[in-house]
Design a protein around this ligand. Structure first.
Ligand code: ADP
Length: 643
C-alpha cells in the first residue's frame, strides 16, 4: 500500500455506536432545541493538501456517523486528524473538540465540513461548537519497564525497535498526538556510500574531483585525520587509474566532507561511525519495511551524489516502517505523553515523570533514552545560545521541538556541546517556514535559485550556512527556485512532490508558479522576462559545459529545458540544531567531567558534537537511525547484563 498523500477515496467509517456508553447517557444534542432533518449530507472544506469531502449521517437527534470520503492530507500529520476528529465529534456530539496539534488546518477543515452538514440539517452550529467535549475519566499512568524512550521521531523509534529486537521491554512516550517529530517532515534523503546504486551516477566533473583532492591537502587536525587524507588519496588514485565509468565515492570522502563541512568541529570518531554504519543501517531499515528507490541524488548542502530516497520519499516512510516494526515487537507507545523530569537514585537515572493524556505519568526503567529532537522551534533558546541568529526567522521544525530533552538532561548534570551551532536553510516555505511546498527538491541537480531581480546569487550546491548567508543578503531575503519537468522524480506519477504535496494544488493555491515558457513564468513572479530568460539560458549552458562561470557550482543534472517550468518562492528558515547533549560512542550521556551518567542514553538531534559547526544535507537521517539503533542495542545490552 502506498502512503503518499494523494487525492484518494479513503472511507473511514466511524460508526460510534458505543459513543454514549462512555458517558452512560444518550443525551440529545442537536444544538439548542432543534432536531436534525435526518439523512446523509455530503459537504467539503479546504484542508492542507486539498479538498476534504465528508459524509455526515444525522438522525433526528444526533450525529451518527462521519465518513471522510476524499482527502489528500499528509500521511503522519493531517492523517492523524482524519482519524481522530470524526470519532471525537461523534463521541462528544460537539463541534468544539480539540484540534490535533500540528494538524490544525486539517482538523478545522473537518469541523467546518461537518458544520455545513449540521447547518443543512437545520442544527445549531454555534450551540454545537459550545457543547461540552466528552473526556474519558483518566487514571494516572504508573508503569515499570526495562527501557523507556522519550520522543517518537526517527531516533526514538529506531532506539525502541533495536531495544525491543534485542529482548528488552520498551515503552516509548511521545508528547504530541502523533509519532514522527521533525523526521516525518523530512523529504527523506539519506546519505550512504553505496557502490551498487552509485554505479548509475555519471562521473563527477573535473572541478568536483578537484574539490575531493583538495580535502587531501589540508593541515591535519590530528593523526586520524592525516590517515584519512592518505586513505582518500589512495581511493582517488585507484579511481583515476580505473575505467571511471561512474561517479567516484568512498567512505574516506564522505568522512572528510562531513568533517570539513562542519569546520573540523565535529568529533571525528562519531563522523566515522556515522559514515561506516550508514549503508548497513539503511539495510536494517529495509528489513524493517523501508523500500528504497535506486535513485541517487544530492541533497541541498549534501555536497556529493550519495543521497538515497525511499519510494514514497517523505520521512513518513521511515516513521511508518519503524512504527509498524516497533508495534510488532511489542513496544508500548504512549501518545500525548510528555516527559518533564528524569527520576534519579544515587546519581543514576531510573525513570521519568511527566503527563500522559492530562494525567500524571511515572515510568520506572532500567534505562532511559532521550530522543526528543533539537530546539530550533524554541526562539528563546536559540537567542540564548546564538544571539546572532535573526529572531524573526521561521523554522522547518515541528512546534514540539523546543529542547525538552536537553533541559531534562541538564537537570541531572549532563554536559552540552556545540549549542551555538544552529543551521538555517535557504529553502523555507514563505508561508510557514516548512521545508515542503516546492518543486525540484529531489536533488540539488534539479534547480537553480534566483533573487527578486531574476539573478542567481550563489552556488546552489554549496554548504547550507554559506547558501543561507547568501540568501539573507538578497532583496527582502527572498528567492525563487526555478525547476522544470526535466526531472521526473520531482513529481511522481500521482502528481506529488517528495514531501507528498499535490503539485497542481500548490499551483492552484499560488504557492508554486507554473508556466509553459520561462518568460510567462517570469511575468507571474514579477521578474523582467528578459532577465530571467538570460539567467535561464546561461544556467543551461553551464549544465552543458559543467562549468559555472559565476559561482563555481559543480553539481549539475540535465538542462532544464522541458516545459512546464516551475518557480517556488523560498526564504531562509531555521532547520537543525547541531549542538546538544554530549554522549560517548555507545550513546551514554556524559556529565561535565566526561563521566557516564548511569541509566541515561541519548540519540538523534538532541545530541551534540557529531556534525560540528554545519551539518551536511542528508546526514541527519543517517545520524538519527545509526545512533538511534545503537542506543537501543546498548540499552538492551545493559538490561540483559543486569538480569
Ligand atoms: P530526531 O530526528 O532526533 O528523532 P525528531 O524531531 O524527529 O527528532 O523527534 C523528536 C520527537 O520527540 C518529536 O516527536 C517530539 O514531539 C518528541 N518530544 C519532544 N519533547 C518531548 C517530551 N518532553 N516528551 C515526549 N516526547 C517529546
Amino acid at each position: 500500500m502506498s502512503y503518499v498523500k494523494r487525492v484518494r477515496m479513503i472511507v473511514i467509517v466511524l460508526t460510534m455506536l458505543f459513543a454514549f456508553s462512555i458517558t452512560g447517557c444518550a443525551k440529545k444534542n442537536t444544538g439548542g432545541d432543534t432536531t436534525y432533518k435526518s439523512g446523509t449530507y455530503t459537504t467539503e472544506a479546504d484542508g492542507y493538501g486539498g479538498v476534504i469531502k465528508v459524509e455526515t449521517t444525522l438522525t433526528d437527534e444526533k450525529i451518527e456517523k462521519i465518513t471522510i470520503t476524499e482527502n489528500s492530507e499528509t500521511e503522519g500529520i493531517g492523517s492523524i486528524a482524519i482519524e481522530k476528529i470524526p470519532s471525537e465529534i461523534v463521541k462528544s456530539q460537539s463541534l468544539g473538540v480539540d484540534l490535533v496539534s500540528g494538524a490544525t488546518v486539517t482538523s478545522t477543515a473537518i469541523i467546518d465540513a461537518v458544520s455545513k452538514a449540521v447547518e443543512k440539517a437545520g442544527g445549531d452550529v454555534k450551540a454545537l461548537k459550545e457543547a461540552p467535549v466528552v473526556k474519558e475519566e483518566g487514571k494516572d499512568v504508573i508503569k515499570e519497564t526495562d527501557v523507556v524512550v522519550i520522543g517518537g521521531g526517527g531516533a526514538g523509534l529506531a532506539a525502541a525497535v533495536a531495544a525491543a529486537d534485542n529482548g528488552a521491554k520498551v515503552i516509548l512516550v511521545e508528547k504530541t498526538a502523533a509519532l514522527g517529530g521533525n523526521t516525518v517532515r523530512a523529504g527523506g534523503p539519506y546519505n550512504a556510500v553505496d557502490p551498487e546504486r552509485q554505479k548509475n551516477v555519471e562521473p563527477a566533473d573535473e572541478t568536483s574531483m578537484q574539490k575531493a583532492w583538495d580535502l587531501t591537502k589540508v593541515e591535519p587536525k590530528n593523526d586520524r585525520h592525516a590517515e584519512l587524507m592518505e586513505e582518500l588519496k589512495n581511493d582517488l588514485t585507484a579511481y583515476e587509474n580505473g575505467p571511471k565509468d561512474s561517479v567516484f565515492d568512498s567512505l574516506a570522502l564522505h568522512k572528510l566532507q562531513t568533517y570539513d563541512g562542519g569546520d573540523y568541529v565535529g568529533k571525528l570518531e562519531f563522523i566515522e561511525e556515522l559514515v561506516e554504519k550508514s549503508l548497513p543501517t539503511s539495510e536494517w531499515m529495509a528489513d524493517n519495511g523501508v523500500e528504497w528507490t535506486d535513485d541517487i541524488t544530492t541533497v541541498p548542502g549534501g555536497l556529493w551524489p550519495r543521497a538515497h530516497l525511499p519510494v514514497n520519499a517523505a520521512g513518513y516512510d521511515f516513521i511508518k516502517a519503524s512504527e509498524d516494526t516497533a508495534r510488532k515487537l511489542g513496544v508500548e507507545i504512549l501518545l500525548n505523553s510528555k516527559a518533564t523530569e528524569l527520576i534519579t537514585d544515587g546519581g543514576a537515572v531510573v525513570g521519568i515523570k511527566g503527563e500522559s493524556e492530562g494525567q500524571n505519568m511515572e515510568i520506572r526503567a532500567k534505562v532511559v533514552i532521550i530522543a526528543t529532537g533539537g530546539f530550533a522551534a524554541n526562539v528563546e533558546m536559540r537567542k540564548e545560545y546564538n544571539p546572532s541568529l535573526a529572531e524573526h526567522l521561521p523554522t522547518t521544525n515541528s512546534p514540539a521541538i523546543v529542547g525538552d530533552g536537553i533541559k531534562m538532561a541538564q537537570e541531572v548534570g549532563a554536559n552540552l556541546i556545540g549549542m551555538e551551532y544552529i543551521q538555517s536553510l535557504p529553502l523555507g516555505n514563505p508561508v510557514d517556514g516548512t521545508l515542503n511546498g516546492w518543486v525540484g527538491g529531489a536533488g540539488v541537480e534539479h534547480y537553480y535559485q534566483v533573487n527578486k531581480e531574476g539573478k542567481r546569487f550563489m552556488a546552489e550546491d554549496g554548504r547550507r550556512d554559506t547558501m543561507t548567508a547568501a540568501l539573507l543578503a538578497q532583496t527582502d531575503t527572498m528567492s525563487y527556485v526555478i525547476s522544470s519537468a526535466t526531472n521526473e522524480i520531482d513529481i511522481n506519477e500521482t502528481g506529488v512532490n517528495i514531501w507528498g504535496d499535490n503539485v497542481e494544488k500548490l499551483v492552484e493555491d499560488g504557492i508554486v508558479f507554473k508556466a509553459d515558457t520561462i518568460e510567462e513564468l517570469a511575468e507571474q513572479i514579477g521578474i523582467d522576462p528578459q532577465v530571467l530568460r538570460e539567467t535561464h539560458d546561461t544556467f543551461n549552458s553551464y549544465v552543458v559545459s559543467g562549468k559555472d562561470e559565476d559561482f563555481g557550482r559543480t553539481l549539475f543534472g540535465k538542462p532544464l529545458d522541458k516545459a512546464p517550468f516551475y518557480a517556488s518562492p523560498r526564504v531562509p528558515t531555521v532547520h537543525h540544531t547541531m549542538g546538544g547533549i554530549e554522549i560517548d560512542l555507545n550513546n551514554h550521556v556524559l556529565d561535565k567531567d566526561g563521566n557516564i551518567i548511569p541509566g541515561l542514553l541519548a540519540a538523534g538531534e538532541v545530541t551534540g558534537g557529531i556534525h560540528g559547526a554545519n551539518r551536511l544535507g542528508g546526514n541527519a537521517l543517517v545520524d538519527i537511525h545509526v545512533f538511534g539503533k545503537k542506543a537501543g542495542e546498548e540499552a538492551a545490552r545493559i538490561v540483559n547484563e543486569n538480569k
